[in-house]
Design a protein around this ligand. Structure first.
Ligand code: ADP
Ligand code: ASP
Ligand code: MG
Length: 465
């Protein structure tokens, strides 16, 4: 059971979490494992602290840390009774260490990716300690486990990948015995450590991924993602006013949606679940009685329509043109080697005879990539673009869905269009400025021309227009 930042944000949220866990204990055969994010806003705040340290602003960094310490102490005091002094002491000890580390970074004015991981990981260490103590004090037998002793990763800081074999061994060694003893193991999400013990993080939103890694290692019957919306919605609620709930979807659909911007799931969450065929359920911690979204191998689409749409904003399109490409084998290999060398993932690719267009969202190494590509091709790029992905298993069987999607966009200029071999998504690349309009048109076409059955993810199955 993974609880996101808003689901552990304050004492009330922690109370709701305890009630949800208690209910699961009552119905489940084995006690659940609980994975928590940092209290909401804390990861952003810690990244800001690191930025201040890098700028040499030791004073503001220290004040920000004191404010964070006070917030954690307040939440810890409110959430616990008997273990109050122990958990407050643990929180303060974590902050003493962090304040020392940040001071040193501010003196050096240097924050390496490794140091940044050490700073931000504190958020999940703190929240998990508080939640474990709150459980124990409310009659739920629990044990705090430092996730860094279980989740073994490579050394790619801020985007670490799990070493699954090692991690599963450690999960069996440290987590399974806690479950066997009838206790709830509580771990921070998002954080891990290399085999040598250096702290790493899985990338923003990575607590979902931690939960599915632990779930897969421990053979969980279900991986539950408890968050602040009713489940996977037909579109991002920050972009489309009244998205609906998607009750069921397939692993492949969920991966596509997560990869192309549905923030409710970290893009890698599905991977460990697929390997073990474990259903992933997204649930609302404020409305635990709702069924949420269940993600399974086949998904059982409820109608002949699309499943959902997602958007990934602020991407850059790179156009690579070469007359030498004409008929040349090996050109694409050479081209993608450049992206590989600079560790930059390409999201969408379209090709014609003499040009290739790709999108990237990580532009940290863009200049170097463009310079290298210019050794053998003409290159131009355009920032402030966006990707919209319309996803649905039904795209494979109904070509009219594609036609209707394109038609609904009317005069919105499309920069790239692609439909991959799996044919469960259509991808449009367009100007970021047009994305809200395009999302609303697509949403209206596929999800709103039906009998209104509720709002904001509360409606039942969709019907054909
Ligand atoms: P948590 O802190 O629980 O991990 P996140 O903020 O990471 O929560 O993810 C939940 C948020 O994802 C929602 O509040 C919503 O704004 C956003 N979101 C974007 N696209 C979707 C979608 N298709 N369905 C549901 N939520 C979405
Ligand atoms: N706390 C981390 C973040 O904000 C991880 C997570 O919430 O999943 O990115
Ligand atoms: Mg999240």
């Amino acid at each position: 059971m993974k609880f996101g930042g808003t689901s552990v944000a304050d004492p009330d949220a922690i109370d709701r979490l305890l009630a949800i866990v208690r209910r699961q204990i009552d119905i489940g055969a084995r006690p659940p494992v609980v994975v928590v994010s940092a209290l909401s806003g804390v990861t952003d705040a810690l990244i800001e602290v690191a930025r201040l340290a890098e700028a040499g602003d030791a004073g503001p960094a220290a004040s920000a840390l004191h404010a964070l310490r006070d917030r954690h102490v307040r939440v810890a005091v409110a959430a616990t009774t008997e273990s109050e002094s122990t958990v407050v002491a643990a929180v303060c000890a974590e902050f003493d260490e962090l304040i020392g580390l940040v001071h040193a970074l501010a003196v050096l004015r240097e924050v390496s990716p490794r140091s940044l991981d050490a700073v931000v990981a504190t958020g999940e260490v703190l929240s998990s300690r508080i939640v474990a103590a709150a459980m124990a004090d409310h009659g739920i037998p629990s044990a705090w486990i430092d996730a860094r002793t279980v989740l073994v990763t490579d050394a790619e800081h801020a985007a670490a990948s799990p070493e699954m074999i090692e991690t599963c061994e450690r999960a069996r060694e440290h987590v399974a015995p806690v479950m066997d003893a009838g206790r709830v193991a509580v771990l921070g999400g998002f954080i891990g450590a290399t085999a040598a013990g250096v702290t790493t993080t899985l990338g923003r939103g990575g607590s979902d991924y931690s939960a599915s890694i632990f779930g897969a290692c421990l053979g969980a019957s279900e991986i539950q993602i408890w968050t602040d919306v009713d489940g996977m919605l037909t579109a991002d609620p920050r972009v489309v006013p009244e998205p609906r709930l998607v009750p069921q979807l397939s692993f492949a659909e969920a991966s596509e949606l997560a990869y192309f911007g549905a923030k409710v799931l970290h893009p890698s969450t599905i991977l460990p679940a697929v390997g073990k065929n474990i259903p992933v359920r997204i649930l609302n911690a404020r409305r635990p009685e709702n069924r949420g979204t269940v993600i399974t191998a086949d998904g059982h689409p409820v109608s002949g329509e699309l499943t959902a749409i997602a958007c990934k904003r602020n991407v850059t399109v790179i156009d690579i043109t070469s007359t030498r490409m004409l008929m040349a084998h090996g050109f694409l290999r050479r081209l993608f080697e450049v992206f590989e060398r600079f560790k930059t993932a390409v999201d969408v690719v379209t090709t014609s005879e003499i040009s290739v267009s790709v999108t990237v969202d990580d532009t940290r190494r863009l200049d170097a990539i463009v310079d290298n590509l210019r050794n053998f091709a003409q290159v131009s790029y355009e920032p402030e673009m966006a990707i919209i992905s319309a996803v649905g298993e039904n795209l494979r069987s109904d070509p009219m869905l594609f036609a209707r999607a394109v038609t609904s966009l009317e005069r919105i200029p499309l920069r790239l269009v692609s439909q991959a071999a799996g044919r469960r998504n259509i991808t449009f690349v367009l100007r970021d400025a047009d994305v809200a309009d395009a999302m609303r048109r697509l949403h209206e076409t596929f999800f709103e021309r039906t009998v209104a059955a509720g709002s904001a993810g509360l409606s039942g199955p969709r019907r054909r227009p």
